[in-house]
Design a protein around this ligand. Structure first.
Ligand code: FAD
Length: 474
């Protein structure tokens, strides 16, 4: 395919890529924009647990790119990027199609890393995409169903044991969700809910280490214990091999095994293979191979190429009152020398900067440095339970925390039309239908009022704590 040269390609439609595209559209960017992704659906990863648990559906968490980009002028191509020629400004897709570009946005995210653990790739289930969530769902339902047919207690126990590897945010959220969800599933199949085991294995001595502050860590630890079945926490447990139905790990120099027919792998990320093969020298990458970008989010030797999100490392300043993904005790002057965490909240804000700079470049204006406002930490701690740590100043837990977490994410869901549809659906189901069935009307009114006020207050708080420019939503 031959293309005119004034064309901007966005590779990867995750938080960075999709938001770059939407911002460009909003700014009436004068060049044609093509967004390329190997999937046909965007994945709102922070809400993947809700999708898995059935608290939210595919339309809400995994909307189609075609739908999100309708009317935006951005062309969507569903194909996998196989190689990028930075010198000749051309990319090649798995289908064999080639595209020339005048500007390029690299936003391909990262892939799961298994740290070379034997059998991990073969036998553990990752949890990063919508397809992963579907695969975990299928396997667990299948194992639970099998368990209802098994008389032998040892065999049944194996089928009913789930091991979650890694107690970072993803592992804690996954384990706490499973510890509420699986007992319900199993009971509905006629089984004894208390036979479910959820084991969270972590190499370090502390959960959420370097991710959140001590207060939130304590809240999370308590929440893990309070689930429908308590999560069993194995700290200092280094997983050494995974085989069918068996997990091997080392703890206190002792080799041990855990019989578990399902292993969910939530730890470890690797650089996207396409990014790995770029001819970018080591000094322009970090130790993990991620691309270092300038403060304006360009590649040092290729100013026409912008990059953001998990495939990059960005040392831009953040306005966080405490750097949530680093230890809070860092002296002030060191805070800004830490790379920004690989999170959605960083990625989508980088998308806004990239769009602004692409337009500025086209018009011959000055480019602006990236500046990220870190909101607080929002952690799911089971069904209808979350902790909202707002700007590291306030912590709100339980059901209200859950409402704040969901309403915050609902605000971020891309495009006003999609956002409105989802918010309305969620408020109707979550607040009006479900709660009006389970509690008396007077209580319901009080509760709904409280919840809505809380959500509004949370929005205001977040607005005060950050001066977020949600361009596409105005
Ligand atoms: C389960 C889970 C929960 C999370 N929860 C939170 C949270 O609560 N808060 C938070 O801030 N962050 C959270 N994160 C992290 C956050 O989702 C990521 O930091 C964010 O998605 C990074 O955005 P990105 O644009 O760099 O990459 P992604 O959003 O991963 O998007 C990359 C895109 O590139 C596409 N792609 C990859 N390779 C190719 C290829 N070769 N060709 C074409 N397309 C390709 C992918 O299909 C994908 O659409 C979570 C992550 C996970 C996995």
């Amino acid at each position: 395919m031959s293309n005119h040269v004034y064309q901007t390609l966005i590779l990867g439609g995750g938080f960075t890529g999709l938001f770059t595209a939407l911002h460009l559209s909003h700014q009436h960017y004068p060049r044609s924009v093509i967004l390329i992704d190997k999937e046909e659906r965007f994945c709102f990863k922070p809400l993947l647990y809700e999708y898995f648990s059935g608290e939210m559906d595919a339309q809400q968490v995994r909307p189609r790119f075609e739908e999100l980009l309708k009317g935006s002028g951005v062309i969507f191509v569903k194909d996998a990027v196989s190689s990028i020629d930075l010198v000749n400004k051309q990319i090649k897709l798995a289908s064999g199609t080639c595209y020339d570009y005048s500007n390029l946005v690299l936003s391909l995210g990262s892939v799961t890393g298994y740290f070379g653990v034997e059998g991990a790739q073969e036998y553990a289930l990752p949890f990063r995409t919508g397809e992963d969530a579907i695969a975990v769902d299928r396997q667990l339902r299948d194992r639970l169903q099998q368990a209802t047919q098994i008389e032998n207690p040892k065999e049944r126990r194996k089928l009913l044991t789930v091991a979650v590897i890694g107690a970072g945010p993803a592992g804690v959220e996954m384990a706490s969700t499973l510890a509420d969800l699986l007992p319900h599933w199993y009971e509905a199949m006629g089984g004894n809910a208390q036979e479910i085991r959820v084991v969270l294995l972590h190499q370090g001595q502390e959960i959420l280490e370097g991710d959140v502050n001590q207060r939130l860590r304590n809240t999370a630890r308590k929440a893990l214990q309070r689930r429908t079945v308590a999560v069993e926490l194995f700290l200092g447990a280094q997983v050494t091999a995974i085989r069918p139905d068996i997990l091997e790990y080392k703890r206190y120099e002792q080799s041990e095994i855990l019989e578990a027919s399902t292993v969910v792998w939530t730890t470890g990320t690797n650089t996207n293979p396409v990014i790995k093969t770029l001819p970018i020298p080591d000094e322009h990458r970090d130790q993990r191979g991620r691309l270092k970008v300038t403060s304006t989010l360009q590649l040092p030797n290729f100013p026409e190429v912008f990059a953001g999100g998990d495939c990059t490392v960005d040392m831009s300043a953040s306005t966080a009152p405490g750097y949530q993904y680093q230890q809070l005790k860092l002296p002030e002057q060191q805070i800004n020398s830490q790379p920004l965490p690989p999170t959605a909240q960083v990625a989508y804000q980088q998308g806004a900067t990239i769009a602004r700079n692409l337009k500025a470049m086209t018009l011959g204006d000055h480019l602006v440095p990236n500046h990220v406002n870190l909101r607080g930490t929002l952690l799911k701690l089971g069904l209808e339970e979350s902790a909202a740590n707002l700007g590291d100043r306030f912590q709100i837990t339980g059901e209200i925390g859950h409402l704040i977490r969901q309403s915050t994410y609902l605000q971020l869901l891309p495009t006003p039309i999609h956002n409105l549809k989802v918010t309305t659906k969620w408020l109707t189901e979550e607040v009006f239908i479900r709660y009006s069935q389970s509690i008396k009307t007077a209580d319901a009114i009080k509760w709904v009022g409280g919840a809505v006020i809380t959500a509004v207050v949370a929005r205001k708080l977040l607005k005060i704590l950050t001066d977020d420019d949600r361009v596409i939503r105005n």
